[in-house]
Design a protein around this ligand. Structure first.
Ligand SMILES: NC(=O)C1=CN([C@@H]2O[C@H](COP(=O)(O)OP(=O)(O)OC[C@H]3O[C@@H](n4cnc5c(N)ncnc54)[C@H](OP(=O)(O)O)[C@@H]3O)[C@@H](O)[C@H]2O)C=CC1
Ligand SMILES: N[C@@H](CC=O)C(=O)O
Length: 404
């Protein structure tokens, strides 16, 4: 018997219970063991729940879990950052394998938790933390044995992709679609993490660090979110026969790397343009295998729970990479080199701003209620500096890279 301590019984936790219940026989046939949830940690013990787990399973006291003799795997699905870090550390220190879907905690403590697990010869797996239900981290790590990977990019946030799709194809209002994404269980407890791009940034930090085999920290990644996009922007983007996606990309160049998360305007017939709703996709290139594309549900109860349980099965079967998967390359941050053509909309059309912004403009798209333009090829940092020198507050502009 394998005993599981489940931390969190929200969207994903409930999905884990549901799949475990319905696939018990198949799991036993594969692993030769019964997999049993012994205890479940929640924040509010009095909350009414749809799942009935039987007596004495639910607790709000972590000590009951860590002191439970039959629990050998801790599955962390709380979404909390500080507490979950303490829970995971205690789990590893007490000799338990750990599975988590919590990209915030993996991203913040990646090096420490990875080396701690490897030193103790324990599993620390987090497949669901990137790309929801898509198996991406395991194939990526397997590819690394035979390949140098120099670029990884993707649509990594289901909530943002759902919002952008609904705004683009159905003309729906940003706030209204965000609310639906929350109801569908895609968004984080605080959806700011989704729409301001932090969730994508954390996933890129994990993917990029693994792919390039050198540390890419959260603060190494340039970030623009989607929260400021308006119907006006969508209209301008449609006129370009293009669509817009939030894309994260980490790329190696000249002993260094660039890493950026930004709304990206792409032609309607391009690959990422057809990744819609809460679907995600990750693309990476290896020097032997060439380009590989991964596509699937980026968020939601069952797809995410499926990824979590794949990790659990890998731990039981011992079929995961046992060494610390993080490399030791020291790569230089070359983000100042990020350049391209950008779409820029400023919603305060003052004469002074218009005059100064013209120096970077290739094509003026509107000067009415909004200033909208397509820039010349320019370094991203230069645009940000110009906006700051003109006193244009972050709330007042929307900036997106244009890819032809
Ligand atoms: N939802 C999705 O599609 C995806 C989610 N993830 C990640 O999976 C994790 C779980 O997400 P999700 O299920 O959506 O989150 P929910 O907010 O739906 O559920 C969180 C659960 O954790 C419990 N909890 C929260 N904080 C604590 C704490 N400090 N101590 C004990 N229990 C706590 C809550 O208890 P209570 O029920 O009492 O409130 C709740 O049961 C997150 O890290 C998220 O980023 C990853 C990929 C996709
Ligand atoms: N909030 C996240 C959940 C999965 O990681 C998203 O929308 O992608």
């Amino acid at each position: 018997m394998i005993g599981i301590g489940l931390l969190g019984l929200g969207t994903v936790g409930a999905g884990v219970v549901e799949i475990l219940n319905k696939r018990q026989e198949e799991l036993k046939a594969l692993t030769g063991k019964d997999i049993e949830i012994k205890k479940v940690l929640v924040k509010d013990i009095n909350k009414k729940r749809e799942i009935d787990l039987g007596e004495n399973i639910i607790t709000s006291d972590f000590e009951e879990i860590i002191n439970h003799e039959d629990i050998s795997i801790i599955v962390e699905l709380t979404g909390d950052l500080e507490q979950s870090y303490r829970y995971i550390k205690r789990a590893l220190n007490s000799g338990r394998d750990v599975v988590t879907a919590n990209k915030a905690v993996v991203s913040k403590h990646f090096e420490e938790l990875s080396s701690s697990a490897a030193e103790k010869n324990l599993g620390f797996l987090y497949e669901a933390s990137v790309g929801g239900g898509i198996p991406i981290l395991k194939p990526l790590q397997e590819a690394l044995t035979l390949n140098n990977i120099t670029v990884v990019q993707g649509i990594l946030n289901g909530t943002c992709n759902y919002i952008l799709t609904k705004m683009f194809y159905e003309g729906l209002d940003y706030g209204e679609v965000l609310k639906t994404a929350q109801e569908l269980g895609y968004a984080e407890a605080d959806p700011t993490a989704d729409v301001e791009g932090y969730d994508t940034l954390r996933k890129l930090r994990i993917l990029g660090t693994l792919a390039l085999q050198g540390e890419i920290r959260e603060e190494d990644i340039l970030l623009e979110g989607i929260s400021k996009i308006t119907a006006f922007d969508i209209e301008q983007i449609k006129k370009m026969k293009s669509t817009v996606k939030l894309i994260g990309e980490a790329k190696e160049l000249d002993e260094g790397f660039t890493a950026v998360v930004q709304p990206t305007i792409i032609k309607e017939d391009s690959y990422f343009a057809n990744v819609n709703m809460a679907f995600n996709s990750v693309v990476f290139s290896g020097d032997n295998v060439g380009e590989l594309k991964f596509y699937g549900s980026g968020a939601g109860k069952l797809p995410t729970a499926n990824a979590v349980l794949s990790d659990v099965v890998d731990i039981i079967m011992g079929s995961y990479i046992k060494r610390n998967p993080l490399g030791e390359r020291k790569l230089k941050n070359l983000n100042t080199r990020i350049k391209g053509e950008y779409y820029l909309r400023i919603s305060s059309p003052i004469e002074e701003i218009l005059k100064n912004i013209e120096s970077i403009s290739k094509e003026l798209l509107s000067t009415n209620d909004n200033i909208a333009l397509r820039t010349k090829e320019i370094e991203y940092i230069e645009i940000i500096k110009l906006l700051s020198s003109l006193g244009v507050h972050r709330d007042k502009y929307f900036l997106a890279r244009i890819l032809e």
